[in-house]
Design a protein around this ligand. Structure first.
Ligand code: 5BU
Length: 267
């Protein structure tokens, strides 16, 4: 199957290499799963990625939860992602002024040197995206920002005029590949898709095959509902890494998300 068939307008509108890489990998692995690899030791993270990698479309990290981080160890994580052609997405949720964000993209972890995607809040104003882009330019790499237009957690404040402003800015900035939407509430996601249009991605945390409220205010919706409501990537953490059989779980999430994309596109 060709990417243009399943991605439709998203494929024709989004020509940036990272967007194309994501959509191509998704088609190759028949999966819209972005694994939230929330492991605190590099060996565990590597073992997880190596086992479920073929069923993923992208890999998401929180580099600052890793307790035994080294540049060399992280190079292996990057290599494991490259082995199966996954974008490496650091969910850093930057929120400072543009110039500090640029420095934070370097810093101890050198995020600009290995991340293809990062998340940012727009709370400090639009220059944050320029800060991210400047950092990638500093190291001769390219990347994309996912702006938080919604969140999955209970009681969050990303709604109304603020969320509208995030979408308006993201739609007008080439560095913004898309938005984070709330995977736990399909109706919120449908509303977000109507505001975003077809020319940007929506990636959604808060999805699990077991729907409902979870620890510390996290909420879950079903991956199929999220994709039908307009999600282009389902971000799944514990549904895979806490499963008794992570490989079987990754396959199940891949299948649910892929079938929903086929249904959505009519392919
Ligand atoms: P979970 O184990 O599937 O609940 O993990 C969800 C991941 O998505 C975790 O890494 C969070 O930091 C991330 N996340 C989220 O849960 N909700 C949000 O609104 C955003 C990110 Br943005």
């Amino acid at each position: 199957m060709e990417p243009a068939e399943v991605w439709g307008e998203r494929w024709s509108a989004m020509t940036a290499p990272i967007a194309r890489q994501y959509m191509t990998t998704a088609v190759r692995s028949n999966s819209l799963v972005c694994l939230a690899a929330d492991k605190s030791r590099i060996s565990d993270l590597l073992a997880l990625v190596r086992s479920v990698g073929p069923f993923l479309a992208a890999l998401k990290t929180h580099v600052d939860v890793v307790e035994d981080w080294t540049e060399e160890g992280w190079g292996e994580v990057r290599a494991a992602a490259d082995d199966v052609d996954l974008l490496l997405f650091e969910d850093r949720k930057f929120a400072d002024i543009g110039g500090i964000t640029q420095k934070q993209m370097h810093g101890l972890y050198g995020i600009a040197g290995w991340a293809d995607l990062v998340t940012a809040h727009l709370i400090s104003g639009p220059d944050i995206v320029d800060g991210c882009m400047a950092a990638w330019a500093d190291v001769g790499r390219n990347g994309g920002v996912l702006l938080l237009a919604q969140m999955s957690s209970r009681g969050n404040l990303l709604a109304g005029a603020y969320s509208d402003a995030v979408v308006a800015h993201g739609r007008s900035h080439d560095g913004v590949m898309g938005f984070i939407g709330n995977g736990s509430r399909p109706e919120e996601l449908r509303d977000l898709r109507s505001r975003v249009g077809e020319e940007r991605m929506i990636w959604t945390p808060g999805v699990n095959l077991v729907v409902g409220d979870c620890v510390m205010g996290q909420r879950y919706g079903h991956p199929r509902e999220a994709v039908l409501a307009g999600s282009d990537a389902i971000i799944v953490g514990s549904g895979i890494h806490k499963a008794d059989d992570p490989v079987a779980a990754a396959k199940a999430y891949a299948e649910a998300s892929w079938q929903a994309l086929l249904e959505r596109s009519g392919a």
